[in-house]
Design a binder for this molecule. Sequence first.
Ligand SMILES: NC(=O)c1ccc[n+]([C@@H]2O[C@H](COP(=O)([O-])OP(=O)(O)OC[C@H]3O[C@@H](n4cnc5c(N)ncnc54)[C@H](OP(=O)(O)O)[C@@H]3O)[C@@H](O)[C@H]2O)c1
Length: 274
Amino acid sequence: VTRHPSFAVIGNPIAHSLSPWIHQRFATQCGIALVYETMAADDASFQKKVKDFFANGGMGLNVTLPFKEQAYALAHKPTARATKARAANTLWMEHNQIYADNTDGFGFIKDINRFMDLSHKTILIVGAGGAARGLIQPILDAKPAQLIVANRSKDRALSLQLDAPEIICADLSVTTTACDLIINATSASLDGSILAISQACLAHKPLCYDLSYRFNEPTPFVLWAQSLKCTALDGLGMLVEQAAEAFYIWHHKRPETQSVLNVLRQHHASGIHI
Ligand SMILES: NC(=O)c1ccc[n+]([C@@H]2O[C@H](COP(=O)([O-])OP(=O)(O)OC[C@H]3O[C@@H](n4cnc5c(N)ncnc54)[C@H](OP(=O)(O)O)[C@@H]3O)[C@@H](O)[C@H]2O)c1
């Protein structure tokens, strides 16, 4: 029996992850045979599951919510990007050591640049979890006028500011700065809740970007932004771009992303489950 190299994504919830489909698509494009599965974990089992995966010959692991900070913490060899973020979404094994990178910021910048140049823009990130951590440095590198971060629990935003003093920490309900771009980096859409962003932030009709995405329907954040006459995008584009960067790290081949994103959007629009 031929055993193909084994890859997976670990998270919670994870059953509906599109990563297996995306990575298989990239693999077909590049003429590579691989297995890519989903793995569920909880806080108590995460570390053991990661170690077992690599001990059993696993080649590469993507990490999604809520484990990106834990993934960084367990890695022996984080890249500069992962270290800056203190969060990781891409793991692999070399010389018996776990390496970690963070491709979220790269993926976000690639996708957002299809729509906006971030230099001199006023940008609000809502959320301070693993995904938000990955975005901060790549956004700062694009030289925005201001980068404001607001989070439900203030402590988590303040700890993010310790790592990146250039950002402004704000209280979501009292932030009134008119923004050019608002990024939802919370997992609020998992339970359908609406963020308490003040209308003043929307004075300039900002582009609203949701890191989340939903099958066959807009996310609550996208619907909310559209109801206020703002252009809104979901995170499918970023998902494909961060996956392509992880694929490049593991296979040293750069897949073409636009056609994969197009198929994904067609499937979503027509209600076909992948
Ligand atoms: N498109 C992509 O490629 C991509 C990549 C990465 C992540 N994502 C998405 O980004 C989201 C965040 O992921 P993550 O890894 O950062 O998760 P995480 O580490 O678990 O962080 C979750 C964040 O959401 C906040 N939050 C949760 N429920 C909320 C609510 N009802 N109201 C306000 N804030 C709420 C949390 O605030 P507290 O600190 O107060 O708990 C925290 O800041 C997920 O939906 C994930 O699917 C998408």
